[in-house]
Design a protein around this ligand. Structure first.
Ligand code: ADP
Length: 716
């Protein structure tokens, strides 16, 4: 609409007749009136055309000058559509990737177009073979008054069109396309569009260049801004103190900037508080700043200096300090520095040194030898004690092969242990060494592998204890035990033989003495009667002692193999054996649920009969009560025989188990003092132990154990 108005205006403007004359004059005299008129008309047409072109050019120029960004394209397009009386049109440019960009399309094109994914950027690979793409590719104007056949589905119908590449220095930089004029497009239309294209090319080119340069500039600016933000973030969050300062004025210097870590590190309340100080005020020794400053100026930098600083709250801190000298655009020198608090690591190092010293002292003075060996088993350290043990100096031991120190067997053990330690196993082992003066010493080595932080085997260390003396003592003990066992055996044999062989003559003595008593009692004098009575009693007692001794020696020499024995049945037997004692004393014997165990049955009867018998015999005022019970433990049965009798003074708890040891006179309580010795021997033969717990006057409890796991092993 606007164009029509303007066109009308402009056409009217170039309509005056004097214009026509000028044109006439320029084109020579007319041939005839009609000819002249025709020519005049033609010229007027031309003039109209060129002035029309001019108007368009002016409008376009104005658009380029006054409009911004994408508006230019839609405004220019509007002018062109109006000029060419076209319903639809496109004005686009090729971007740096060669894609066609159509920044805006007039609203009704956009709205009428129903192509899926419609866009304003058409990358080259999506172009296809339509008229406009052919125009661009072939750098020529294509126009047709035939309806287009190649339009995409959804695209509005193109009845006729002109597609014109905008060329600049023979390169396509843009595209005009007009379509759907009501009447056919004429060559004049094409010429007009081409003229517009030609005119617009340099301006469009300049604009595209400017746009590209601008977008480059914006990109660079954005990158710069990002980099600055990154730097700022880094500056604000990095855990190292960052500061910028000037060398002067004076040796104190001035801060230009400090980061938050600096504020925290120096315990300032705020950045401003820290900035208000002179850098020199942070030095523990303020005069150092001058030296540091001069060093930076002359050398250009300081790398990792460790200095003591003080915080605003007066705390001393060790810091690692690096500074670079820089010069700004105005030639002024400034320092950029990093400050790292190393107080803690310094403290740790000091602590480490101290503990190392302590360990060294410990190792140097310890009573055991200590050696460290490398992966090849070569000694890299030996403490004074080891040197002393072996009689070698440290120099003689360190770095030398072990050979001379060991015999073949020891070397074999060592190789085996080194292999074990390489696998991460460390254990104690005994090994003999040869000393410098040729003696053999026995040692116990507690070895441990040494690994580096990555777990690689680095060698071993071993604590070496001299066990020569201990070994000798053990050896002596073993020999003594052996001898003792032998003599015990001999003794048992002797007791057996003696008591067995003594029985016969003793029986003879006893029976003859008893015969004498029978025949001559009351026939000789009173003294003789008394003497004979003593002899009879002595002989009887001796017979009893000999019998008991024989029974004792038989526990080990005549034991039977172990078989399952039901202790309840054993108890029933004992009840019948002890029935008269039970009746006499009114004793109560209580038991229930006793186990079946692997044992020598006869000996079990003997054992329990002795214990129950004693429980009855050594009763107090109350009638005796003896309880027998058993508890199953992990590896053994524990039996309890508890009575309510006179009790035993615990100082005699061991003595009562010794042969012939009694705590009472025969007149008080009869007996030979061998019963408990037999009990002990039986229990031990079965692999158990027997003990007594008692309190005088309150009864006694005899406890014995019989192993469960190895019931069939006869320990005799
Ligand atoms: P005997 O019973 O022949 O004296 P034992 O060897 O059986 O010999 O006992 C040794 C001593 O231990 C006894 O003389 C007695 O003094 C003490 N004795 C043993 N059993 C008990 C008990 N149940 N109560 C108190 N004393 C006991």
């Amino acid at each position: 609409m606007v164009l029509t108005e303007k066109k009308g205006e402009k056409v009217d403007l170039i309509g005056p007749k004097n214009d026509r004359k000028e044109v006439d004059h320029r084109n020579g005299p007319p041939q005839s009136v009609t000819d002249a008129e025709k020519e005049l008309k033609l010229m007027i047409e031309k003039l109209k055309t060129s002035s029309f072109e001019l108007i368009i050019r002016n409008r376009i120029a104005e658009i380029f000058l006054t409009k911004i960004e994408d508006e230019i394209y839609s405004e220019v397009l509007k002018v062109i559509l109006e000029s060419l009386k076209s319903e639809y049109g496109v004005f686009g440019y090729l971007d740096e990737n060669g894609a066609l960009v159509v920044p805006t399309m007039i609203r009704h094109i956009w709205d009428n177009c129903e192509v899926p994914d419609k866009d304003i950027i058409f990358p080259r690979e999506t172009w296809g073979d339509s008229a406009w793409s052919t125009a661009i590719r072939e750098k020529r104007t294509i126009y047709s008054n035939e309806p287009a056949t190649l339009t995409l589905e959804g695209h509005f119908q193109i009845t006729r069109h002109i597609s014109l590449p905008i060329l600049y220095h023979n390169e396509v930089i843009g595209l005009f396309q007009v379509a759907n004029k009501e009447t056919d497009y004429t060559p004049e239309d094409v010429a007009l569009l081409e003229t517009i294209g030609k005119n617009i090319a340099p301006v469009l080119n300049a604009r595209l260049h400017r746009d590209r340069a601008e977008s480059e500039r914006i990109k660079v600016m954005e990158e710069l801004a990002k980099a600055h933000t990154r730097y700022q973030e880094h500056f604000n969050t990095v855990s190292i103190g960052l500061l910028r300062s000037t060398p002067g004025p004076g040796p104190e210097g001035t801060f230009i900037d400090v980061n938050p870590t600096m504020v925290k590190l120096f315990e300032a309340d705020s950045r401003e508080q820290l900035m208000a100080l002179h850098p020199s005020e942070l030095y523990l020794d303020a005069s150092q700043r001058k030296i540091v400053s001069e060093a930076i100026i002359s050398k250009g930098f300081i790398q990792g200096a460790e200095l003591k600083f003080k915080t605003l709250k007066g705390k001393t801190i060790w810091c690692r300090f690096s500074v670079v000298k820089k010069i700004d655009a105005d030639g002024l020198v400034y320092f950029d520095a990093t400050i790292e608090d190393v107080t803690e690591s310094k403290r740790l190092v000091e602590q480490l040194q101290k503990s190392e010293e302590l360990f060294r002292m410990l190792v140097e003075t310890m009573n055991d030898g200590l050696a460290i060996t490398d992966t090849a088993g070569i000694m890299t350290y030996a403490n004074p004690r080891l040197c002393g043990l072996l009689g070698y100096s440290r120099e003689e031991l360190i770095g030398k092969p072990w050979r001379g120190l060991f015999n073949e067997e020891a070397l074999r053990i060592l190789a085996e242990q080194t292999a074990k330690r390489k696998k991460g196993e460390g254990e104690s082992y005994e090994i003999p060494w040869r000393t410098k003066d040729g003696r053999t010493i026995y040692t116990l080595i507690s070895g441990k592998p040494i690994h580096d932080s990555l777990g690689n085997f680095m060698g071993s260390f071993g604590v070496i204890s001299d066990i020569t003396e201990r070994k000798r003592a053990v050896e002596t003990l073993r020999r003594t035990m052996e001898e003792l066992a032998q003599s015990n055996k001999d003794l048992e044999q002797f007791a057996y033989v003696a008591s067995h062989d003594l029985q016969e003559p003793l029986r003879m003595v006893a029976s003859y003495v008893q015969l004498i008593e029978k025949r001559y009692k009351g026939k000789l004098d009173k003294d003789a009667d008394e003497f004979i009575a003593y002899a009879v009693e002595g002989a009887t007692r001796m017979q009893k002692l000999i019998n008991d001794l024989l029974a004792y020696s038989r526990v080990r020499t005549r034991g039977k193999p172990f078989e399952p024995v039901d202790i309840n049945k054993v108890m029933e037997q004992i009840m019948s054996y002890l029935s008269s004692n039970i009746q006499e004393t009114g004793a109560k014997i209580l038991w229930n649920g006793l186990p079946t165990i692997a044992a020598d049955e006869t000996q079990m009867v003997q054992l329990l009969q002795n214990l129950v018998g004693n429980g009855i015999k050594f009763h107090g005022k109350d009638p005796p009560e003896v309880r027998i019970s058993a508890v199953r433990e992990e590896k053994e049965w524990r039996f309890y025989v508890k009575d309510n009798g006179i009790g035993i003074d615990m100082q005699y708890k061991d003595r009562i188990f010794v042969v012939f040891q009694r705590l009472h006179g025969r007149e008080e309580y009869p007996g030979t003092g061998i019963g408990l010795a037999i009990c002990k021997s039986i229990v031990e033969r079965h692999g158990g132990r027997i003990v007594v717990e008692s309190e005088l006057g309150k009864g006694s409890t005899f406890t014995f154990t019989i192993p469960i796991k190895e019931p069939m092993i006869d320990r005799a």
